[in-house]
Design a binder for this molecule. Structure first.
Ligand code: UFG
Length: 359
């Protein structure tokens, strides 16, 4: 191939590159999405993060896969966000930057409303004003609350929402902002993902064939069951507790639909294709595996993959916890052809454990 031809091919591929902004990209879920996106050179990636809960070395590790732009900016800096978006040319925004702890949202609701709702509203406004046409929003199954008559095939997107904690409400309000904004701006479309319980870490095998995650949940005050259980197995915590064994579930403990973070990330890539097809409407998708495990089952799986019989106490129910959250995932499977690869509680626990062990 002559120099001129290769130049033309290069400029065609540059033209076809999709400019992607990922907010909160130094965080847990977004780093797994970024890792997957970096493997495809047609994506031109920018991460915006204020490093309040994310880490700069996550960015460094991601950059070792392929270089990209990192912008250290806080979503609450409205003028900066507006100028930044106006001076960029993003085709799509993945908005992950948010606080995620249910308990903390009860004790400090304004922290959640300010960041998860107010800053998100500003981001949506700036996106529309600067001509961004596609928006993917990280929402949560928490906003279904305590569902009285749980459908046999899990929670579907048409069920009424009824968040029982400020975290869920902060996300629900942002969903509404998106829905109304898209109604009023016909060329702005969105995908909302309602995540069920995201867990596990980067499925990556080192040169010796050992599971050796490069990314994982690093939140310092994380209260998530699988993280807490892996820390207990490693002796980072001397014990853990089961919050409530009087729920109406198989063994009395709470039931959740645990989805591996890499499967959740791959759904976001499906959302790019979905929104690329102009005839696909803005829509909401639940994302989970469609089956639930109790707290007791998760703890027993962690004990078995780690080989450690760590101490577990019984405590009363935790405020803001629904009894059961299991997804009906037929919509995302049908409309985005999403297929999970790691639907395996042992692998979820093992990858979380190996990640924690490597810290
Ligand atoms: N649990 C314990 N002991 C612990 C931690 C948790 O018994 O030390 C129990 C909880 O009571 C609950 C289950 O384990 O029954 C799962 O709790 P997590 O804290 O792991 O997760 P949550 O279901 O409270 O919330 C998580 C995320 C939210 C998300 C939600 C979606 O934190 O961001 O899943 O279902 F919205």
């Amino acid at each position: 191939m002559g120099k001129r031809e290769s130049k033309i091919i290069k400029s065609i591929s540059e033209v076809n590159q999709m400019n992607i902004l990922i907010t909160g990209g130094a965080g847990y879920i977004a780093s797994h999405l970024t890792k997957q996106l970096l493997e495809d050179s047609t994506y031109n990636i920018t991460i915006l993060d204020n490093l309040s809960t994310g880490y700069i070395d996550t960015i460094t590790t991601l950059k070792s896969i392929r270089d990209f732009e990192f912008v250290d900016m806080d979503l609450k800096e409205f003028d900066k966000i507006s100028n930044f978006l106006k001076s960029s040319n993003f085709d799509i925004i993945f908005h992950f930057g948010a606080y995620i702890l249910v308990e903390e949202s009860i004790s400090n609701p304004l922290k959640y409303y300010m960041n998860n709702t107010v800053n998100t509203t500003n981001l949506i406004n700036c996106a529309i004003n600067s001509g961004v046409k596609k928006f993917v929003f990280s929402s949560t199954a928490t906003l279904y609350g305590d569902v009285e008559n749980i459908p046999k095939d899990g929670l579907n997107e048409d069920l009424p929402t009824n968040p029982i904690n400020p975290y869920g409400t902060s996300k629900l309000m942002s969903e509404q902002v998106l829905i109304d904004s898209a109604k009023a701006n016909s060329d702005f479309r969105f995908v909302i993902f309602r995540y069920f319980n995201v867990a596990g870490a980067d499925i990556y095998y080192n040169e010796n064939g050992e599971l050796s995650p490069r990314f994982g949940q690093r939140l310092k005050n994380a209260t998530h069951l699988i993280k807490v259980a892996s820390q207990s197995a490693l002796g980072i915590r001397d014990k853990m507790a089961i919050f409530g064994d009087d729920y109406d579930t198989i063994d009395g403990s709470g039931v959740r639909d645990y989805i591996h973070v890499d499967d959740l990330a791959s759904a976001h890539i499906k959302a790019i294709d979905y929104l690329d097809n102009i005839s696909n409407p803005s829509d909401i998708f639940n994302i989970g595996y469609g089956k639930g495990f109790s707290v007791k089952e998760v703890i027993s799986t962690m004990k078995s993959v780690s080989g450690v019989d760590f101490r577990v106490d019984m405590e009363g129910r935790r405020d803001g916890d629904p009894a059961i959250l299991i997804a009906n995932n037929s919509k995302i499977k049908a409309k985005m052809s999403w297929q999970p690869k790691y639907d395996d509680l042992e692998l979820i626990c093992k990858s979380a454990y190996e990640w924690e062990r490597s810290r």
